[in-house]
Design a protein around this ligand. Structure first.
Ligand code: PMT
Length: 416
């Protein structure tokens, strides 16, 4: 079992939430609550202006800690902003006003939050919130560029209704996106520089305007791989069919939505050519209707029982064949196998037949494994060995698989 820190990267991490004087300050309350739910130790540093919108007492009740006070609150020889800078793993500034970002860009320190940021060498995530004209103003954009050049990660702002009642760019990003950016920011980037293409979910093969062929894949396993890989610093193209769950906004993760096996083939193949590894977790339809009827097929005319199916192209086998033809080692190819019994024998067959480096096989007949559940039990099969992973959350299983992908990519790098 992995330590909780690997399942939820924020577990045990100390996060300083800086809050600026904006209407959006009230949404910082939700951020604090969600970070704590994920196991983070949270302290809030409201600016003086923020305290006019949300009282420090509210933040103290939600965080379970006193708020970081003024810069001059030195007591018993302890300097709070210096101590906080040493103790924190991450500073997340939400809502960041134009004024607060300007002060950050210019190194001002007239608030405890700003003084802490100057003393803090770790990751900083900033969520701007302001009127759209303030956001697009050349001064703000110059400050944004300065902050980005120093490694500050900005989330949003997004388009939407603003405090003035007008619509435009300037609304603070959704709480989920801020929490995901925080999780990303505290993870070790051991996959930095790695390009991955990952497939997830089912494909859908349309029969007529109302019916289709598909399967029970929810996309959870593929999404777990994509999210964990992006958190670890990889650049991930996630080619996915219709999913039952939303794709979170993780830096480095680019979702590409497709519907059919043919679309997934096209989008995956063109990205695989420039990837270090392709991880094909999608449950791709093996067959599709030969023709797509323009009008609804009539049961009464027997049209539904005469649907002719033709095989789809096998993405993984085609990638394996293309690599073999070029006598290349890249991309590393990782396939999945959904089996019901005789998992090892079928997985070995697929490994050889599809020409891949690793097959991750799950027994989809087993309770708590395979389709549309949050857990999985995987058998990893290489050409000369195999190993069962413990039954665990899909996030944890994904973590182990990515360790193996990392090792395979490193091996091909050494061979080049
Ligand atoms: O999405 P979840 O609900 O979380 O469920 C996860 C899962 C059960 C879908 C996943 O763990 C899994 O097993 N994925 C592979 C499902 C599958 O289609 O297996 P397969 O044995 O039919 O295919 C073998 C491999 O060939 C797979 O890597 C598949 O992506 C690939 N393939 C198959 C057909 C095709 N036309 N092209 C392909 O690339």
């Amino acid at each position: 079992m992995l330590p909780p820190s690997m399942q939820t990267p924020l577990f045990g991490k100390r996060v300083l939430v800086g809050v600026g004087g904006s209407i959006a300050a009230y949404r910082a309350c939700d951020v604090v609550r969600r970070l704590r739910e994920l196991g983070a130790i949270v302290r809030v540093a409201p600016t003086r202006a923020a305290a006019a919108f949300v009282t420090p007492m509210t933040f103290e009740a939600l965080s379970g800690m006193t708020c970081l006070g003024g810069v001059l609150d030195v007591a018993h020889g302890r300097i709070p902003h210096v101590e906080e800078a040493h103790a924190s793993d991450l500073v997340l500034v939400c809502a960041a006003t134009a004024d607060l970002m300007a002060k950050m860009a210019h190194g001002l320190a007239d608030e405890a939050l700003l003084a802490t940021l100057l003393a803090f060498p770790g990751p900083v995530v900033v969520a701007p919130a302001m009127e759209s004209h303030m956001w697009s103003h050349a001064a703000t954009q110059a400050n944004v560029a300065t902050l980005r050049s120093r490694g500050v990660h900005l989330v949003g702002p997004v388009e939407g209704v603003l405090a003035s009642g007008r619509s435009g760019a300037g609304r603070m990003a959704p709480v989920d996106d801020l929490v995901e950016a925080a999780a990303w920011a505290v993870c070790d980037k051991d996959l930095a520089g790695t390009q991955l293409v990952i497939t997830a979910g089912p494909t859908v093969e349309d029969l007529d305007p109302v019916r289709f062929l598909s399967n029970r894949s929810s996309g959870r396993m593929g999404l777990a791989l994509a999210v964990q890989a992006a958190r670890r610093g990889a650049q991930v193209s996630l080619v996915h069919g219709p999913l039952r769950i939303a794709v979170p906004a993780v830096p480095g993760l680019t979702p590409i939505a497709v519907r059919s096996a043919a679309e997934m083939h096209e989008e995956t193949t063109k990205r695989a050519a420039r990837s270090d590894a392709a991880i094909l977790c999608a449950a791709v339809a093996d067959a599709r209707p030969r023709t797509l009827a323009k009008t609804k097929l009539k049961k009464s005319k027997g049209e539904l029982t005469r649907v002719e199916l033709v095989p789809t192209r096998d993405i993984l086998a085609d990638l394996g064949a293309a690599r073999k033809k070029k006598k290349a080692k890249r991309p590393v190819l990782v396939g999945f196998a959904a089996e019901t019994g005789e998992v090892l024998a079928y997985a070995r067959g697929k490994l050889a037949h599809k020409g891949c480096d690793l097959i991750c096989a799950n027994d989809v007949g087993e309770a708590g494994s395979g389709f549309d559940v949050d857990t999985n039990r995987m058998l990893l099969v290489w050409p000369t060995e195999e190993r069962w992973l413990p039954h665990a959350s899909k996030d944890e299983v994904a973590w182990h698989i990515l360790d193996e992908v990392k090792a395979l990519v490193a091996r091909t790098t050494r061979r080049r």
